[in-house]
Design a protein around this ligand. Structure first.
Ligand code: FMN
Length: 261
């Protein structure tokens, strides 16, 4: 059983790759499970238990934390548990935090990995999308990484595959809490005259934070998780987050908001 959370498709892509390599048939969308208030899951004796999600500000997205906190797993008898994080570059102390989160549920996790994928964070000055060349190189590498991780899981033999980076105390212990407190705000979202009222933003929002007004233009409520699905999925780039996302291009792993779901 693999639980995943994904805004722009990278983590969904990794979750699907792992499921394929490991012949794990159950893929659970964390955001959908939370919306459906589904917290009880049953693990078969031969199943593994995996968690795949993106790194947000060198930490675990709060939505994933809430999900794990509320999770009730029956049938756990030391089956293999793993965490695979997708990141643009570095994950900081997310490995330590994940281990702690999982241990609190009585689960033992010896396999924690990360896969570098195309970057999606563009909301601040200095943060931009990868060049097409870097994006291609990351995807080639990611295919290899998913295969390596699957092999390690099948053999139950942990490997070194984690991008921690530098200045981790600063990033994961100082910046991350600040990000959670101050930056997860939907008020800076804007939509301009390029909006074609297609509703893709609403459909792509994993938390149901977007409603459409009488002209079918998006309106954001206050429980945004900053996954940026709406902004990146907009086919006309009509959505911006403040001024720093303007003219920076957009990225999604799948062609539309419903592909690959
Ligand atoms: C709000 C936000 C914060 C991010 N913070 C980080 C980070 O701290 N380190 C990093 O390497 N990538 C960071 N990224 C990039 C994503 O982790 C990366 O692109 C990920 O693969 C996106 O996964 P998804 O498409 O499944 O949502 C961030 C992206 C977003 C949207």
């Amino acid at each position: 059983m693999i639980f995943y959370f994904s805004g722009t498709g990278n983590s969904r892509w990794v979750a699907r790759g792992l499921a394929q390599h490991l012949s794990e048939s159950t893929l659970v969308d964390i955001a959908a499970a939370l919306r459906a208030k589904q917290h009880d899951f049953s693990l078969q004796p031969t199943e593994m238990l995996g968690f795949v999600f993106p790194i947000h500000s060198w930490g675990i997205p709060p939505l994933v934390r809430s999900f794990v906190d509320s999770l009730k797993i029956s049938g756990y008898a030391q089956q293999r548990v793993f965490g695979v994080f997708t990141c643009g570059d570095e994950c900081g102390y997310s490995n330590i935090d994940f281990k702690r989160l999982i241990s609190a549920k009585g689960l033992t996790c010896r396999h924690i990995y990360s896969v570098q994928m195309p970057n999606t964070y563009i909301c601040m000055s200095g943060f931009k999308l990868d060049t097409p060349e870097l994006e291609t190189a990351k995807m080639v590498r990611a295919e290899v990484d998913v295969q390596r991780i699957s092999d390690a899981l099948r053999a139950d033999s942990p490997i070194q595959q984690y991008h921690q980076g530098r200045y981790n105390f600063l990033k994961s212990r100082l910046i991350y809490p600040g990000f959670i407190r101050f930056a997860m705000d939907s008020r800076p979202f804007r939509v301009d005259e390029r909006c074609v009222s297609c509703g893709r933003c609403e459909r792509s929002c994993p938390t149901g934070n977007i409603t459409l007004d009488a002209q079918n233009r998006p309106q954001w409520a206050r429980h945004c998780v900053q996954c940026l699905a709406c902004l990146h999925h907009c086919p006309t780039q009509a959505i911006d987050y403040g001024k720093h996302t303007q003219g920076k291009g957009r990225y999604t792993r799948f062609a539309s908001d419903t592909d690959g779901k």
